[in-house]
Every structure is written in C-alpha cells, then in structure tokens.
Design a protein around this ligand. Structure first.
Ligand SMILES: NC(=O)c1ccc[n+]([C@@H]2O[C@H](COP(=O)([O-])OP(=O)(O)OC[C@H]3O[C@@H](n4cnc5c(N)ncnc54)[C@H](O)[C@@H]3O)[C@@H](O)[C@H]2O)c1
Length: 354
C-alpha cells in the first residue's frame, strides 16, 4: 500500500461529507475523490471545496454533466486508484455496492443502515478495532449503537457492567431535509422491544447484556439516551465517572454550567468553532448521573451526524492495516479532530484535576 492510504467516499451526504473532511485532516490519508448521483448544491459544494467529484452510475454521469458539474470520471475509474472506499450511500445501497468494490479489490467500509451480515463485521473502535485489522470490509454501526457500545465498553473495561437497559429518544430527521421529512409535535415509539440498537450493539460485542427501547421525537438535532445499568457490584458516582472518562470520545457536560438540553450542546459546539457544529463525543451529564448501590442511572446526548466520523477514520486504518494498535489510531484521529473529554476548562476544575 502507498505511504498514504488512498480513500474514496461514495455518497456525499450527511455522513459522507463529514468523512471526506475528516480524511482530509489525516496526515496518513489522501482523499482521492468523492462520488455521488446528485447535481444540486450538496455536491456542488464539493466542487467549490476543490474535491474531485465523480459519478457513481453511468446515468448519473450524464445528468451531472448536463447540469454543468465538472465530473472527473465515473466511480470505477476512481476505485482503480483507491485503497479503501467509505460507502456513505443511503441504507441498502451500500450492500448492493459491495460486490463492485470487491471486483476492484478495494477494501470497503459500510454504514449503520446496512445489516451486519453484509460484511460479517461491525465496528466500534474501542470495542473491536483488532478484529477488523486487514479485513476486506466492515460496517461502522449507527450513531445510537456507537454511543451505546462506547459507554458500555467503558463500564465493562472497569469491571463494573452487569447488564444495561436503555431508552433512546431519536431525532426525527436531519436538518438538511427538514423541509420535506420529519414529524411534528409528537413522539412515536418503535413498535417492538428490543429496538434494533440493542442487538446491533451485540453484533459488535456479543457479551453485552443490553436491551433498548426507542422512540422518535419531533426535533431535528441529536439523540438522547437514558440508561439504567445493573453494576457488577456496589459502586460510587466518582468511580463510574472515572470509568467513563477513561474512555476517549466520552465527554462530560454539566447542568451547573447551563448545559441543560440538546440545544445547549449544539450551541456549545458552534461556540467552540467545531466544523458544522459537530460533536464527536458522547456528552454525559455529570451532575445527573446517579449511583444507588449497584444501580447506575445516567443520560447523555449523541450528535447523530458526527459521532460515527472518528470511527470511520479508525476503520480506514484498521482495514488498511497501517496502524495495528487501536489506541494509537484513536489518538491520531482524536488529535486531528480536536476531540475532548471536557468541553469547558474552568481553571478551578483543571487545578482540581476534575
Ligand atoms: N444521518 C445520520 O445521522 C446517520 C448517522 C449514522 C449512520 N448513518 C448511516 O449512514 C449512511 C448514509 O446516511 P446519510 O444520512 O449520510 O444519508 P444522506 O441521504 O444524507 O446521504 C446519502 C448520499 O448518497 C447519495 N446516493 C444515493 N444513491 C447513491 C448511489 N447509488 N451511489 C452513490 N451515491 C448515492 C445521495 O445523493 C446522498 O448524497 C446510512 O447507512 C445511514 O443509516 C446516518
């Protein structure tokens, strides 16, 4: 493999455009191009940013050229110069594309909209980076599942986890499509228990004893999870917080700082200058988290558009086999994206090591 891993992003939507930017921020990767089937402002933005744009299908090549886009070629041309393709197309399209990637001898990362058995491997960096090393394909699990596995892995690593039961309140739709999609002024529970996120977490770590229930809310940004966890033994709030904070990509927020709701974290990310206001971390409310004997109760918010971005970057290194150690890949990714454990750095807290 060349010195820099050559990466293609197929599907330049909510996830694809973020993965493309994150790839461009990695010194050990090169974004060779992005590919899509649309011609509107979403892909025109890539042209404006100087990213080579390709057409994913022959018919898209015609329509994209007709609309005046400077199409550099078709996806198959791009795949010939690619080591790893990150497929960020809508759910089920990635599964159809996988054979095409394999024909070109290109390693492939699919997203959470695909089923586990399509790749036979589901990825969360903290939990199973090592088992993805050198594979030809993996699936970065959904935003909700990533947050679930990340937090439960932290508790498991500290020897604290017995079983976990979660309620997930999801966003209705993504902001860019809220002119034509979403629900308003209601909450819609999922029709069966467990919701798919629990079994999905077990596709990454079969040992997790986890059950989830989910509902769709009428807001457009971020998910909110509420967890009741049976600990393996009686513990304390401090011990649990220490276990969570030991895991990269989990950050604490506090009501005491005025961070009281989903919109607070959205505003905070914008104020911190995060690209697109993205939050890659799971934001756990430190001053809501409660331990009673061997029972733990906590809540956190997940930026559904951003949380899987660092995982995709780690998955590229794992498939390419360029970094064998999960912790080293996570460190590089997090440094490049400015991932934090604490978003606010009050001097007295820093001095107290909190
Ligand atoms: N949006 C989220 O919050 C989120 C979070 C985690 C995972 N995911 C998963 O990521 C994947 C992508 O979701 P998204 O929200 O980015 O979707 P999106 O609709 O925002 O983007 C999909 C892009 O793929 C393009 N596309 C459609 N058909 C194509 C084809 N045949 N070839 C190439 N490109 C094609 C679309 O034009 C669009 O630009 C899905 O599997 C989804 O489940 C989404």
């Amino acid at each position: 493999m060349p010195e820099k891993t050559r990466v293609t992003v197929n599907g330049y939507g909510v996830i694809g455009k973020r993965v493309a930017d994150a790839v461009r921020a990695q010194p050990d990767m090169e974004l060779v191009g992005v590919s899509d089937v649309i011609s509107d402002y979403r892909i025109q933005t890539a042209v404006t940013l100087g990213i080579p744009v390709y057409a994913s299908t022959p018919s898209a090549a015609v329509s994209m050229r007709e609309s005046g886009l400077p199409v550099a070629g078709e996806l198959h041309d791009l795949l010939d110069r690619t080591d790893v393709v990150v497929d960020c197309t809508p759910a089920k399209v990635g599964a159809e594309n996988l054979a095409h990637y394999r024909d070109h001898g290109v390693k492939a990362i699919l997203q959470g909209g695909e089923r586990h058995d399509v790749t036979g491997h589901s990825f969360v960096a903290h939990a199973n980076y090592a088992t993805a090393l050198g594979r030809d394909a993996t699936r970065v699990v959904s935003c909700n599942t990533t947050a679930t596995v990340r937090t439960l892995t932290a508790l498991k690593a500290a020897g604290l986890l017995a079983k976990a039961r979660g309620v997930l309140l999801r966003r209705a739709t993504d902001p860019w499509e809220s002119d034509h999609s979403g629900i308003m002024n209601t909450i819609v529970p999922e029709g069966s228990i467990p919701s798919h996120q629990g079994p999905d977490a077990q596709s990454v770590d079969p040992d997790l004893d986890v059950v989830t229930m989910a509902a769709k809310g009428s807001h457009t940004q971020n998910h909110m999870h509420f967890w009741t966890v049976e600990l393996s033994r009686p513990s304390t709030r401090d011990e649990v917080l220490e276990a969570l904070m030991a895991m990269p990509r989990i950050a604490r927020v506090r009501r005491a700082d005025g961070v009281v709701a989903l919109n607070s974290t959205v505003e905070l990310m914008r104020d911190l200058g995060r690209p697109r206001g993205d939050m890659y971390e799971v934001a756990v409310w430190e001053d809501i988290l409660t331990v009673q004997g061997n029972e733990l109760f906590y809540t956190y918010t997940v930026d559904n558009q951003a949380i899987v971005i660092p995982e995709n970057i780690d998955a590229i290194r794992a498939l390419a086999g360029t970094v064998a150690d999960a912790a080293e890949s996570i460190r590089r990714t997090d440094e490049s994206l400015g991932v934090r454990r604490d978003f606010l750095s009050a001097p007295e807290r820093a001095a107290a090591g909190r």
